[in-house]
Ligand binder design. Structure first.
Ligand code: F6R
Length: 241
């Protein structure tokens, strides 16, 4: 793992966007893996800026998002589909037909999840996957557990995740308890991974990810086994390293 530590959240986003720009320029049809949440917003802002400056175009990009909540509609203001449109897709020239955010409420979950993984594979795999990290060490919505789940699947969110994300919902009861997420195997197949974390609340998870044993108790620790990971941190998130 290559670890980069920055003074500001904006610098983190700029650095991540520079890597993504490089990948986009090196491929005719780049496949980008996106994450939601507070962490990647400065990266998305930097990508929008690069697009406005004419440095990059998303015309030939295909995107695959990590996850989506179950039980809410894709047009709900808290869906990850909406998040991606508001924070990136509506501001660049990506073709909507090349946008893939998992459906949170598929009729046949097993078939749907298999199909999501197959679509990624058919496109030749994700060239660069952006990840945030949960305070509990989750990546995507792969929560701490006794084993790694490899493919995309439906997961029960843990109390730690509900506590962290309920602030976006009118009340705790409105927060979905389940999500569809890329599995650990799906994430690990990405050719390059950029994991971003800022703030003290992520320091323990970052410590366990980098210095702990590779264990499903800290799902992000599996990234120790990936050959091409860049970890982009601020000083607070790096404070226990
Ligand atoms: C989001 C995702 C999650 C978040 C993580 C951190 O698509 O998969 O793993 O990256 O929960 O969330 P923030 O960035 O809001 O702290």
């Amino acid at each position: 793992m290559e670890i980069k530590i920055f003074d500001t959240y904006e610098q983190m986003g700029q650095f991540a966007a520079d890597i993504i720009e490089e990948t986009m320029k090196s491929k005719d049809k780049p496949i980008l893996g996106f994450a939601t949440g507070a962490t990647p917003i400065s990266t998305y802002n930097a990508l929008i800026e690069k697009y406005r400056e004419g440095k990059i175009s998303f015309k030939s990009v295909t995107s695959f998002n990590l996850d989506e909540y179950c039980t809410i509609d894709r047009d709900d203001k808290n869906s990850y589909y909406t998040f991606m449109h508001e924070n990136l897709f509506n501001h660049v020239d990506i073709d909507e037909k090349n946008v893939n955010v998992p459906c949170g409420n598929p009729e046949n979950v097993v078939e749907y999840c298999k199909g999501y993984d197959n679509s990624i594979e058919k496109m030749g795999g994700v060239d660069v996957q952006i990840l945030g990290i949960g305070r509990n060490g989750h990546i995507g919505f792969n929560e701490p557990s006794d084993s790694f789940t490899m493919g995309t699947y439906k997961v029960e969110l843990t109390q730690s995740t509900i506590e962290a994300n309920k602030i976006y919902f009118p009340n705790e009861d409105a927060m979905p308890r389940q999500a569809i997420t890329m599995g650990i195997g799906t994430i690990m197949k990405a050719k390059k991974i950029i994991l971003l974390a800022n703030g003290e609340s992520k320091a323990h998870a970052i410590h366990d990810m980098v210095k702990g044993d590779v264990s499903p108790k800290c799902p992000a620790s599996v990234l120790q086994n990936h050959p091409n990971v860049v970890v982009i941190l601020d000083k607070a998130a790096a404070s226990l390293l």
